[in-house]
Write a protein that binds this ligand. Structure first.
Ligand SMILES: C[S@@+](CC[C@H](N)C(=O)[O-])C[C@H]1O[C@@H](n2cnc3c(N)ncnc32)[C@H](O)[C@@H]1O
Ligand code: SF4
Length: 484
């Protein structure tokens, strides 16, 4: 969803305190991933939260739609949502508010969104939008603060649409999508962007060019064609998968054009000046490890914590957040630790991640997220990364993030320094103003950790450092508050 466009759509973080919190966490998370850490002192920087596991449609290849979902149909309560996010919201760059289920069936959705106002988290969802909305409900969605709404509309007539979207009403969805756009513009809101998301199967492939024209007529901000999944071996199934998905320009739209032209950050303008390169990684690197255990987590409305978008069965959950515990207990609890241990040579871990059903998918979310975060990174982060990219990135990143790494390596050095100069620079910044730069000192200490420390020692060091960061943060917040 929004795949290729997402990195460009993310806005820079405006608040300085949040910028430090988010980017420091990001650097620690990259370091933990780089080291295959089992105990991870950073928090996720991109979360998936499912507001509802219920749905009014019956799409045949969706677990919710075809009734194979192993979870009860529930809506996420605002109180549980706040509790789940307590202690992790400030670090987040992105929340994906959807999963298997229809997010807008949760009538408290605008309330959930209000909870994270001011945290500068880019939020998005996909929805079937097949609802009889009142004008107030349309306004509530628009004013909720959500940044991007993907509308699942895979047909231009009721017949072609309902082949997959069983129980959906084509004209109603079109009308709602247009209402959202028109009313947003009337209200003068920048967000939400509205994306028309079209799954291409064999029965609707011929509509692609007409959809492009209609998208312009409806003034959608983004148009995305994605491959519709269907089992290959069932000729009697209601929808059939394409032999090969070969829709050219699968992601288009004025919002993408504007976002890719923007040069408002150092990294954006650097990337624009360099030649684009695309290399595929060798097979042995491709399935090496799972990024999800370092950057994200997949949450359900009943408090269930799943490891990723693939392991959706309730039996595969890594834990459950209730009012009595917190995400931190699960993030470094036995299930996550076991899954991370899997990536160590000779591991005897029994985690079901060993036989993951969809290994190539693992990196996709991570890559788009990191690309966007880097595009907006402030100079102190770019300098830190540029001084020694090997401390933060894995060999696989040389392929999937090749353009970003190239730009980092060409980053114009403010001084002719090496990595220790950068660490000294961070220390100086920190000493100059401990209130405004509270994170930089512990970060400098973290970066000074020799790269070849034994893994256990390094993990302990990260944990300690993170503890110190929290303490400094607390003091700084207190100092800032007393100054007001
Ligand atoms: C499971 S849905 C839940 C959100 C919402 N109910 C919707 O349909 O947009 C999440 C995403 O999966 C997509 N999806 C559903 N069935 C699919 C299929 N057979 N192949 C590929 N994507 C699919 C939807 O279009 C949507 O973008
Ligand atoms: S609308 Fe979305 S959640 Fe509902 S059945 Fe279809 S794909 Fe599944």
């Amino acid at each position: 969803m929004a795949g290729l466009a997402l990195p460009f759509l993310l806005p820079p973080i405006r608040d300085q305190q949040l910028e430090y919190t988010k980017y420091l966490n990001f650097l620690v998370a990259l370091t933990a991933r780089r080291r295959n850490a089992i105990h991870v002192p950073s928090k996720p920087f991109d979360l998936s939260i499912n507001p509802s596991t219920a749905c009014q449609l019956a799409c045949p290849n969706c677990e919710t739609g075809n009734g194979t979902m192993t979870r009860p149909a529930t809506n996420l309560a605002p109180s549980l949502h706040s509790h789940m996010l307590a202690g992790v919201a400030d670090e987040l760059f992105i929340i994906r508010y959807f999963g298997t289920g229809e997010s807008l069936l949760n009538k408290k959705f605008p309330e959930l969104m209000r909870e994270i106002r001011g945290k500068e988290i880019f939020t998005f969802m996909t929805t079937n939008l097949s609802f009889r909305f009142t004008d107030k409900q349309i306004d509530d969605i628009l004013q909720s603060g959500i940044n991007l709404i993907g509308v699942s509309l895979d047909g231009i007539t009721q017949e072609s649409y309902a082949r997959y979207r069983v129980n959906g009403e084509h004209d109603l969805v079109v009308s709602n999508m247009r209402r959202l756009i028109e009313r947003r513009d009337e209200l003068g809101l920048q967000y939400p962007l509205v994306e028309w998301r079209y799954l291409v199967f064999r029965h609707n492939e011929h509509e692609v060019e007409t959809v492009r024209k209609l998208a312009q007529e409806y003034k959608v901000d983004l148009l995305e064609f994605a491959e519709g999944y269907a089992p290959r071996d069932d000729p009697a199934a209601p929808v059939q998968r394409l032999e090969k998905f070969n829709v050219k320009q699968a992601m288009t739209g004025p919002a993408l054009d504007a976002a890719t032209r923007a040069k408002n950050t150092v990294m954006r303008s650097m990337m624009m000046r360099q030649e684009f390169e695309h290399r595929l990684p060798p097979r042995q690197l491709k399935f090496r490890k799972c990024d999800w255990h370092y950057f994200s987590s997949y949450w359900y409305p009943d408090g269930g914590v799943g490891p990723c978008c693939i392991a959706t069965d309730i039996s595969e959950d890594f834990g459950h957040i209730s009012m009595e515990n917190s995400f931190a207990d699960i993030w470094n609890g036995p299930q996550y630790s076991d899954a991370r241990a899997l990536f160590h040579k000779g591991s005897t871990s029994e985690s079901f991640c060993r036989s993951c059903r969809s290994k190539p998918t693992m990196d996709r979310f991570f890559i788009t997220s990191v690309k966007g975060i880097l595009l907006n990174a402030p100079s102190w982060v770019l300098k830190t990364l540029a001084q020694d990219t090997d401390r933060f990135f894995l060999p696989i990143d040389e392929y999937y993030l090749s353009n970003e790494l190239k730009a980092l390596r060409n980053f114009p050095r403010a001084y002719n320094g090496n990595f220790s100069d950068q660490v000294r620079h961070i220390r100086k910044l920190a000493e100059r103003n401990i209130v405004m730069e509270p994170h930089l000192k512990p970060l400098a200490e973290l970066l000074e950790t020799p790269l070849n420390l034994p893994r256990r020692t390094f993990n302990d060091h990260l944990a300690e450092t993170k503890g110190r960061i929290r303490l400094v943060m607390k003091k700084a917040k207190y100092a800032v508050n007393t100054l007001r």
